[in-house]
Design a protein around this ligand. Structure first.
Ligand SMILES: Cc1cc2nc3c(=O)[nH]c(=O)nc-3n(C[C@H](O)[C@H](O)[C@H](O)COP(=O)(O)OP(=O)(O)OC[C@H]3O[C@@H](n4cnc5c(N)ncnc54)[C@H](O)[C@@H]3O)c2cc1C
Length: 417
């Protein structure tokens, strides 16, 4: 039984030399069979396992992770959460996630450090302004908080942003979502892992799924580096490795994997109290609790499975940051890294059954799936446990690539993720 974290336990441990903290989750070894095996110990896989156990009472569940939990994109992202999307289908999905984030620390008894400091998308050209106004209107029609800001309001709120009239990109407006912000990415993975473990879920790290056990055309389990595991259902939540892994089941997914980079500066005094996306340069930034500026931009240009990233995109992202905030040019860059993201033609996720009975998909989140973790887990758990889609996940079924009912968010909201 997992001990509850509380102010009292912090006080008790503080007074007794921190010797009594229990392990947050067991180091499980795989059993020969489960009801459900989830492949991938990122946020989506862990959340799926948690909701299978919590909401649907399924206790014979394992999460199989080839590295360490949260070592994929979940622990590599820039932690932005928001639901400023254009299409009603996307808003339903991402706002479900944001609402779940709003109660997540309490739900998991783990502080995910949600900071609803607000997210601003700044526009610079008449065309971007039109998209920004359209996005703000669409959000309000879909029942999500949105405000349209003019340039004066933006300058007032962001005094460090370039004010020079000969700057290449001067703000001419923006869309503000006050409920958006950031959450601590590792805490989301650890919180779901700990809560799932306490409900009996086995979390198996350093165990790679190398193939699927297929009989009569249906999935009967997985082959792993620690042996075969039988399962009635297998959920696949492996982000950038989705197309590689599903190829082992004979399924070709409409996914290309790219490296997405992020960077942090040395820490500085508080100077940026919102999350900012600059449509002109594609760079976005926020400031961490430690004072570091956390920032990123677009995808590397060529599909790749490296977790490092190429210098040309670093240059574009850094120059975007200094274009917005010339004063940040004085800061040193501390760290840079990359993650392998799973990009789908319409920039929307895939949640649904795969063509192989018994295998269910949660992928295609591309550059924006951290914010969706609570919803991705809820919806995949619902699908696996009930055998049918939740109304919110139905539009995101793989079948949309046959029917043509795409949800093209890059075109809709002007943001590629
Ligand atoms: C630099 C960067 C910045 C980002 N910024 C944001 C942001 O600000 N906001 C946002 O919403 N999203 C952001 N994202 C996207 C977001 O991080 C991802 O969409 C999200 O984390 C995906 O979660 P996941 O659980 O699907 O994948 P992951 O966290 O990648 O987990 C998949 C796991 O599967 C494991 N795995 C793979 N193959 C196998 C196998 N064969 N067997 C067993 N395990 C396997 C991997 O080791 C990995 O741990 C960013 C991504 C990057 C890279």
């Amino acid at each position: 039984m997992t001990a509850r974290y509380s102010a009292f336990t912090i006080l008790r441990e503080g007074l007794t030399g921190h010797r009594g903290w229990p392990q947050a989750w067991r180091k499980a070894r795989p059993r020969p069979a489960y009801d459900v095996v989830i492949v991938g110990g990122g946020g989506h896989g862990l959340a799926t396992a948690y909701y299978l156990a919590k909401t649907h009472g399924r206790r014979r569940v394992a999460v199989i992770e080839k590295g360490w939990i949260g070592g994929g994109n979940t622990g590599r992202n820039t932690t932005v959460v928001r639901s400023n999307y254009f299409y009603p289908e996307s808003v339903a999905l991402y706002d479900l996630a944001l609402r779940l984030y709003e109660g997540l620390s309490r739900e998991l008894n783990f502080n995910v450090m949600l900071s609803q400091r607000g997210v601003l998308n700044v526009s610079h050209t008449p065309a971007q302004l039109e998209i920004a106004a359209r996005l703000a209107n669409a959000m309000r029609l879909n029942g999500v908080d949105a405000e349209f800001w003019g340039p004066d309001e933006i300058r007032k709120r962001l005094p460090l942003m370039t004010q020079s009239l000969d700057a290449r990109y001067l703000p001419n407006g923006g869309v503000w979502q006050s409920r958006g912000g950031t959450a601590r990415h590792d805490a989301v993975a650890w919180g779901y892992a700990r809560a799932a473990d306490s409900l009996g879920v086995d979390i198996v790290e350093t165990c790679e799924v190398t193939g699927f056990l297929i009989g009569n055309g249906a999935c009967l389990g997985v082959e792993t580096s620690l042996g075969e595991i039988r399962a009635e259902a297998v959920g696949v939540a492996v982000a950038g490795h989705s197309s590689q892994l599903m190829a082992k089941a004979g399924v070709k997914l409409p996914i290309h994997s790219y490296t997405l980079q992020a960077m942090v500066s040395e820490p500085t005094k508080p100077c940026l109290d919102i999350v900012l996306l600059h449509l002109g340069t594609g760079t976005y930034a926020s400031q961490s609790d430690k004072g570091e500026l956390v920032f990123g931009g677009g995808l590397d240009r060529i599909p790749s499975y490296t977790q490092r990233g190429a210098p040309p995109m670093q240059e574009i992202v850094v120059s975007g940051l200094t274009e917005m905030f010339p004063a940040f040019g004085q800061l040193k860059l501390m760290r840079q890294w990359g993650g392998i993201v799973d990009v789908v033609p319409d920039s929307s996720p895939i949640i649904g059954p795969s063509p192989v009975p018994g295998i269910f998909l949660n992928c295609g989140w591309g550059t924006g799936g951290f914010k969706a973790i609570p919803a991705g887990g809820t919806l995949l758990a619902h699908l696996i446990a009930t055998g049918s889609h939740h109304p919110i996940s139905r539009p995101f079924d793989l079948a949309r690539f046959e029917t043509g009912r795409l949800i093209d968010e890059a075109a809709g909201s002007g943001i590629a993720h």
